[in-house]
Design a protein. Sequence first.
Length: 278
Amino acid sequence: MKKSLYILLLIFLGYGISANANMAPKRIITLGAALTETVDALGFGPQIVAIDVTSTYPAYTAKLPKVSQNRTVSTEGIISFSPDLVLAPEGGLSKATESQLKSAGIRVIVIKQEFSVKGASAFIRQVAAALGVATKGEDLVKKTESEVNKALALVKKNPKSPKVLFIYARGTGVMMVAGKDTNIDAIIKLAGGKNAAQGFSKFKPYTTESLVNANPDLILMFDFGYKSLGGAASILKMPGVSLTNAGKNKRIVEMDGDLLTGFSTRLAQALTQLNDKW
């Protein structure tokens, strides 16, 4: 008798878990700017209860609570918001945290992102599937692809193809340049430019020597990095800048970081705005 009741209880619990997994999420935590943007575009903005520090779009996210004050996310911090779905980028959660969240009954979906036009469509589809709105996701993919194709057509009409050096900065104490196999490298090329940083992958520390050797036509920065260095006037005075084409022509450009590197629903906007800077 007891064994039968135990089996019935397991079946009941299993049914409950399965049913919850198929239900539209009501309390979502997004741990990445592109994820937040895409969840909102799919109509689930009101269900987002917390975000990570990288999310700044849409504007209302400024009022949402953050799961942490830096990029390190704790199990306790996430559980405190009682989410029924956590969306994280690949590498955004430690394996231990992911396992602990799942053990607590929280649905966790890790989404890998590829920085390309096809990658943007795949990303939207993955998020839509996680939210249980695949059909709506396909509609958003079609809209996004149409906008991207128009943006790429405009890019082709622009004869300018400058050498662009991207500098990531958090004040002069933290400065890095972006090489190959980065979202920055991908967006520069899609927008019709050439990455001035060659011969290495990912990011490496910025040096005056590497800047002069790269001799970019344009220096690109995130808006917060640009401000952390004191703006164009201060950047132009940095050692070596005056020796580059960018320095000589005062070509220092800032852009919104989330927009530039999102590779999701706003990819067309990113391409158009960056290409306009050439």
